[in-house]
Design a protein around this ligand. Structure first.
Ligand code: GLN
Length: 456
């Protein structure tokens, strides 16, 4: 833990830690030492972690990388982080992210963007670690912590994991408690581990999982020993290759990565089967209706009274001015855009045309997956992202829809509530990491990680 505290101090250039907690880290590390000496060594004993700023941590600034939560120090601990501390883990600090987890490049953060430790060969351009869990991905890739927590509403664990060459799993919706994790889109949000290896992901996911009476959507199911399921034996498993993910204009290197991944699984004894998920093309538009709709409702609580920032008011300003000025000052542009889209699609005149339509599309997407699994498919293999990491500033301020296209392979999984894992699978021509995604059946994270283990 001391080495990590020192390393974290040396890596300010990457802008990953937005609040460092060295005192807490050293105290937890001492407690972990004592447990070890006493012969009690829980799974994560003494393991130094970074925590995405979206998790509420007692007494430690928890701002969701937003100006509106400036000064907010929760009096409670999220269920997941509590589970991690109970298992002996050590908190190095809070990690950078896109504001309220809205973004794919970490550029919407009030703290400025995190930077990836990777560079293109012969090119000094700073690259994005992806988003929204960009700080988590960069910190793990740069060895500033052994692992980190992330959250994934539409790809925010898997896309940054793919961009930085690490492993990230979004569990089945309901596997991990959302209690104490700042809400973005409640029907899509799931937390998960971001780690160096599949084995680490299996161990950490075990700790983070389980029923929580404080989250009514958390599942009352037993948590299997995910690590014990990493046998490497995938003989006879059927792996689906969905034709709809072969997008027009897909770069040749992504095509090759995908084919190589399939070949690797075939060599390990799996059967590779072409499948169809016919409603895939509607997933991105449906996501960008549903996620902002839920966000506009969830973010209504930031009113200048209950949390964080309140604008300075002028003479004669009433409560309406207080709301307006506070929210105009506290929220960044992307968050404001989402709140406006969400409010619009939920408004009386447009609800049926947009929100209700998107919900129906969501059901069709879910059914596509159910049909594939009913035909005996065990897992589905796709690319994790349409490209390798892009340069900082290259996409920001351009057309926001271009940024949303990053999520084209990942949002289907959140809409269907399924587990999805991104696993490093190779490098592009410029030496940047590329990831593959595996999508599994509900509650089969262990089986899914076992397939990912064959690729890593
Ligand atoms: N990039 C997506 C968005 O901006 C996904 C975010 C996430 O998964 N938190 O909504």
């Amino acid at each position: 833990a001391e080495a990590c505290v020192t390393a974290a101090e040396g890596a300010d250039r990457l802008n990953v830690f937005v609040h460092k907690t060295p005192e807490i880290a050293l105290e937890q590390a001492r407690a972990a030492d004592q447990r070890l000496q006493a012969g009690d060594a829980p799974d994560l004993c003494g393991i130094p972690l970074g925590i995405k700023d979206l998790f509420c941590t007692r007494g430690v600034a928890s701002q969701a990388a937003s100006g509106i939560l400036k000064g907010f120090r929760p009096e409670y601990e999220s269920t997941i982080t509590q589970q991690l501390w109970d298992a002996g883990a050590v908190m190095l600090g809070k990690l950078n992210m896109d504001e309220f987890a809205m973004g794919s490049s970490n550029e919407t953060s009030v703290y400025g963007n995190a930077v990836s430790p990777w560079k293109r060969a012969g090119d000094d351009t700073d690259l994005t670690p992806g988003g929204s869990s960009g700080g988590s991905a960069s910190a793990v890739a740069a060895d500033l912590c052994l692992a980190a927590t992330g959250t994934d509403t539409g790809g925010s664990i898997r896309q940054p994991a793919a961009f930085t060459g690490i492993v990230g799993i979004k569990p089945t919706y309901g596997r991990c408690s959302r209690w104490g994790v700042v809400a973005f889109a409640s029907s899509l949000d799931q937390a998960g581990p971001m780690t160096k290896t599949v084995r680490d992901a299996a161990i950490m996911l075990g700790t983070m999982s389980g029923h929580d009476p404080k989250d009514s959507t958390s599942a009352a199911l037993p948590v299997p020993d995910f690590e014990a399921m990493l046998t490497g034996d995938i003989r006879g498993k059927k792996i689906g290759i969905p034709q709809e993910y072969r997008m027009e204009g897909m770069p040749a290197e992504i095509e090759k990565l995908w084919a190589d991944g399939a070949a690797m699984l075939r060599d390990a004894g799996a059967e590779i089967v072409d499948i169809s998920l016919p409603h895939t093309k509607y997933a991105l538009p449906a996501y960008y209706v549903i996620a902002p709709a839920e966000a506009s409702s969830n973010l209504a609580r930031y009113d200048g009274v209950r949390y964080g920032h309140r604008a300075k008011l002028g003479q004669g300003d009433g409560i309406t001015e207080m709301y307006e000025k506070t929210r105009a000052e506290g929220f960044g542009h992307e968050v404001q855009r989402r709140v406006m889209i969400g409010t619009y699609v939920l408004s009386a005149g447009f609800y049926d045309a947009y929100y209700n339509r998107a919900r129906k599309v969501r059901t069709l997407i879910k059914r596509d997956f159910e049909n594939a699994f009913a035909k005996g498919i065990d897992a589905i293999l796709t690319p994790a992202t349409p490209s390798a990491a892009f340069g900082l500033g290259e996409m920001a301020d351009a057309d926001p829809v271009a940024m949303y296209l990053n999520d084209v392979f990942t949002v289907t999984v959140n809409l269907a509530g399924l587990p999805g894992v991104a696993v490093p699978a190779g490098l592009d021509a410029q030496g940047l990491p590329l990831g593959l995604q595996l999508i599994g059946k509900p509650w089969e994270e262990g089986e899914l990680l076992n397939v990912a283990h064959v690729i890593e």
